[in-house]
Every structure is written in structure tokens, then in C-alpha cells.
Design a binder for this molecule. Structure first.
Ligand SMILES: [Zn+2]
Length: 348
């Protein structure tokens, strides 16, 4: 797990205060990964789900990720504790509370629909989502929109997830589809058709790429799936030529610094690739990915980058870029941008 060094200077303390207080946006966060191990343990007990551990203590230790496949295994087991519409609605409502607590004013959140469809019907999932949104909105002023995520290791679920997303789109509950899970073994081209249908229907499309596999995986996601936003994409630094193309095409990178260290996508003793990505002129955003699973939050991402030499101005620009990269409409963005500007004005 990543250790965050506490700021020792007055300047460091002021930065920490700003990271917590500034209005933020998030475009890459998973509902299931935002659920704490203690919460999933309680849900598992309530639903009499068998876990590969004997105690809460062991379950917490289970989240010490060894590598990417181990992380996916833990992620799937956590999601498997969800058995009822009530579990799902509660998770959604809790997500609103957690985002508001961090001053994340607007989020686009993945739900691993391939996994939930094993236990619940599409109608049940959408009803639970609607309930969770309603509850969340009554206790939080943060706004959230949802993206139906396909687990690539279950490619046979892709059309069911798309159908669910289309029904959700009609009800104003879902805005897009995503692609997560085992990247190396299940490349983007397997999902070509589903993405074409999603785009035709006006759904937004995103995909994880260049996290657990090389930069070529990013090229395949862009070419095959025509995504304009890439989840992680940190391997882009291995091809400055393709990075130049990504820059010219204005493709967005959903960077999640703590996540990459926690899973081992970035070695713990190396600076995070976002430094090179920003220097290459790429359009980067800052996100938590799975905050509860990695015991982190959004302010900690900025704190980590500040510790690696990013200036306040650079970090503020990343925060503004994250809002800009959302799927909000231009008038909606303009409204939030005023909040960002109001905060900047308080800094003098
Ligand atoms: Zn992710």
C-alpha cells in the first residue's frame, strides 16, 4: 500500500488544505472499488456468501494486491458479495455521500454490470440504481452519472451489458459503456461490434487500456472501439510517436496514480508516468479508480503528485482538465467551471 508522507512545511500544509477544499471532478471510479472491505465483508455475512477467508482481519489482508490478476480476483469476489437490489441501492447512495465528503462535485462512475448480471436481472439492477440515485441525491449535492462496465474476461456478457445500458439510457440512468478487467488476455477487438452499436445509440464509450498491457493496447482501443477517453493509458510513454498522435487527436487519459502503485502497474520506487504524459502534452485527468480498495481518496492523488514535483499551477490545471473531460454538456460544464473559478478567486 502507498504511504503518504505528511507535509512538513507550512507550504505543504496549505497545499493539502487546498486539495481537500477545491471543487473536483472524477471521470474514472468504480462503484464496487469505492466500497470498503469492511462494508463488503458485512454484506457477504448478511447474504451468507462464502469468502476465501475466515475473518474480517483476513479479508482486509486479502486486499494487499500482489499484481493485476490478483486485483481482478479480489474485485470480482467483492462484487460477488452483492446479491440483492438493496445492496446495490445502498452502495450507490453511499457513493454519493463519499464523493460529497471529498468535494467531488461531479463524477462519472463505472458499475461492473457483467458481474451483477450473474445475480440480478437488468430490470432489477436498473431499479436498484434508480433507487440509489434518488437516495443519494437527497443526502448529497454531488452529481453522479453512471457507465455500464463490461468485464473483458466475460466477453459473452457484452451484449447483455449493452442491452442493459440502452434500457438505462432511456430511463436517464446510464450514459455510456466501459471495458475493464483482464486487459492482456481479452483485447479490444473482441468488443468491436458492441461498441459500434453503443456509439450508434448515442452512448458514450470509454475503455481501460495501456494499464496492464502495452501501448499497442491503447492503439487498438482507439482504432477498434473509437473511444476518445482511455482508462489509465500510462504505457503511452513507451511510444512518443503514438503519444504525439494521441495529443493531436485530443484523446483523454484517465490517470489514477495511487491505483497504479497499489496494483504494481507502476513500480513503487519509480516516479509516476503522468509526469512524462503531461510533458508530452497529453490531455490528462486525475482519478481514484478504486478509492476504498486502495484506502485512498482524491486529495491523496494530488498530494502524491505534489510530492513528485508537480506545482500547484500544474495540479490546478489537471483539476480543470478533469472537469473539461467529462461527458457533461457545454452549459453544464460552464456552470461547474464557475465553481472552479470561484475557488481559484479565494486564493488571491
Ligand atoms: Zn479502473
Amino acid at each position: 500500500m502507498i504511504e503518504h508522507s505528511e507535509p512538513r512545511t507550512a507550504e505543504g500544509e496549505e497545499l493539502q488544505r487546498r486539495f481537500a477544499a477545491m471543487p473536483k471532478a472524477e471521470v474514472h471510479v468504480h462503484l464496487e472499488g469505492a466500497t470498503a472491505p469492511d462494508a463488503s465483508y458485512a454484506i457477504a455475512r448478511r447474504n451468507a456468501v462464502e469468502l476465501p477467508v475466515a475473518s474480517l482481519e483476513e479479508w482486509r489482508r486479502y486486499f494487499d494486491f500482489r499484481d493485476f490478476p490478483h486485483f481482478i480476483d479480489v474485485y470480482r469476489k467483492t462484487t460477488d458479495t452483492i446479491r440483492t437490489t438493496d445492496d446495490l441501492a445502498l452502495m450507490v447512495a453511499q457513493f454519493y455521500v463519499d464523493q460529497a465528503r471529498q468535494n467531488i462535485r461531479y463524477s462519472e462512475c463505472f458499475i461492473s454490470m457483467s458481474l451483477h448480471l450473474r445475480r440480478l436481472s437488468a430490470a432489477e439492477i436498473l431499479d436498484a440504481l434508480a433507487q440509489g440515485i434518488e437516495r443519494g441525491q437527497t443526502v448529497s449535492s454531488s452529481r453522479v452519472q453512471f457507465i455500464a462496465d463490461i468485464s473483458r474476461e466475460d466477453p459473452h456478457t457484452q451484449s447483455a451489458v449493452l442491452d442493459l445500458a440502452l434500457r438505462g439510457q432511456r430511463r436517464g440512468l446510464i450514459i455510456g459503456i466501459g471495458l475493464g478487467g483482464l486487459e492482456k488476455e481479452f483485447p479490444p477487438h473482441l468488443f468491436h461490434e458492441t461498441y459500434a452499436r453503443a456509439r450508434d445509440a448515442g452512448l458514450h464509450v470509454v475503455a481501460h487500456a495501456g494499464e496492464a498491457a502495452g501501448w499497442e493496447s491503447i492503439r487498438e482501443a482507439v482504432d477498434e472501439l473509437q473511444v476518445t477517453r482511455i482508462g489509465h493509458g500510462i504505457r503511452i510513454i513507451d511510444s512518443p510517436e503514438y503519444a504525439a498522435e494521441m495529443r493531436a487527436r485530443n484523446v483523454v487519459f484517465e490517470v489514477c496514480p495511487v491505483s497504479n502503485y497499489a496494483i504494481g502497474s507502476t513500480p513503487i520506487d519509480k516516479p509516476h508516468p503522468i509526469r512524462k504524459m503531461v510533458d508530452l502534452g497529453l490531455r490528462c485527468t486525475v482519478n481514484t479508480d478504486d478509492p476504498a480498495m486502495f484506502s485512498t481518496d482524491m486529495a491523496a492523488q494530488y498530494q502524491l503528485l505534489a510530492g513528485q514535483g508537480f506545482s500547484w499551477d500544474e495540479l490546478w490545471k489537471l483539476n480543470a482538465q478533469t472537469l473539461d473531460a467529462t461527458f457533461l454538456t457545454p452549459p453544464e460544464k460552464a456552470e461547474y467551471r464557475r465553481e472552479w473559478e470561484d475557488f481559484a478567486a479565494t486564493l488571491g
